[in-house]
Design a protein around this ligand. Sequence first.
Ligand SMILES: CC(C)(COP(=O)(O)OP(=O)(O)OC[C@H]1O[C@@H](n2cnc3c(N)ncnc32)[C@H](O)[C@@H]1OP(=O)(O)O)[C@@H](O)C(=O)NCCC(=O)NCCS
Length: 395
Amino acid sequence: MSSRVVLVDAVRSPFGKAGSLYQGTRADDIMVRVLRGLLERNPKVDPKSIDDVAIAAASQVGDQGMNIGRSVSLLAGIPNTVPGYSVDRWCAGAMTAVTTLAGAIALGQYDIAIAGGVEHMGNHPMGDLMDPNPRYLAEKLVDQDALAMGATAERLHDKFPHLTKERSDKYALASQLKTAAAYEVQKIQRDLIPVAVRSLELGYGLATMDEGPRPQTTLEGLAGLKTPFRPQGRVTAGNASGLNDGATAAILASEEKALELGLGIKAKLVSFAFAGVEPEIMGYGPVPSTIKALGKAGLKIEDIGLFEVNEAFAIQVLSFLDHFGIADDDSRVNIYGGAIAVGHPLASSGIRLILNLARAFEEHPEVQYGLTTMCIGLGMGGTVIWENPNFKKGA
Ligand SMILES: CC(C)(COP(=O)(O)OP(=O)(O)OC[C@H]1O[C@@H](n2cnc3c(N)ncnc32)[C@H](O)[C@@H]1OP(=O)(O)O)[C@@H](O)C(=O)NCCC(=O)NCCS
């Protein structure tokens, strides 16, 4: 009753700036196009044989409501005999869709499943329709800062004064430059599913590239930006992820099923963990979740050859790297850049990390293990450790 879980494939839509590229496009339509694109490029997966479809969104109302897992599955033309459900763990929604389905596969209950995530932050601004219980503040369960992600990032700067704004800006610049370099040699485009879009001003078009990257970024430019979350703060639009629209999806399977059907194997799941921290410093969550996931895998941080860390904020990545004694510019980290450049449509990002790691595995057969990790609002972190199927000892 126990199976190894593998990643067969993962794709995503181009990420747009909130309410810009996808201004006239519904969230569920972006998700549907990504699901179709994923199945089109994996013809050996018979849609009838999919055991479940789990789709995440942080805001589950309107075009992200109606049990988005079931509704996008039907809209994508997946047979109605295939069930679907919705997942929410805010930014780690798609990551949780992956780990939840992986549990079912590992237990031998599912052979093949689809995970995904979508967020249209243009249609659903962060906090939209949220009604935090007044007890949070009245009983001082959390400080007001815990409910504003940018403020939690400022708190991390307070906690770690040696991780300066200059270091955050330098990290952010590197993310932009790595993304630009990856775009230059077509390393991002190959996994983007083009999406039909409609703009009120421009009419119909096709989204084929991320809208957020700023390859012209300079340190001087970053230094001069406003600090919207605190006067004389350190977090800016340049060293934070933006507000974005986009969707991701992945096929997971048991190793036996993948081999039986002759499916490609892009990564093998080793372990995963979620953990909690003080909500006021939610960006620190990846530290305990990574310690936990490493422990479950029986691995040490030195065993990890590639890291995909979600860049909600530069300071939050730096605090993770600093904890583990990894340099700010370590070449194993986010080799194609990250969310500071391409964006972070909340619940979708977990699969973008896995997608990048799987591609990095192909380029690095000398690496046996990699990890994907991200921070999560209200004080959590999630980490998934993967094994490289292309690993060759001594490569
Ligand atoms: C930081 C934040 C408030 C900025 O808001 P925004 O509307 O996206 O900001 P913009 O893209 O308009 O950028 C603001 C300014 O910075 C400039 N800027 C942004 N990135 C830049 C860069 N890399 N180099 C130079 N200038 C840059 C813009 O040009 C703009 O300048 P302007 O005001 O002169 O037009 C917003 O992106 C945010 O809240 N990010 C965090 C998202 C988040 O919390 N996610 C969840 C994580 S847990």
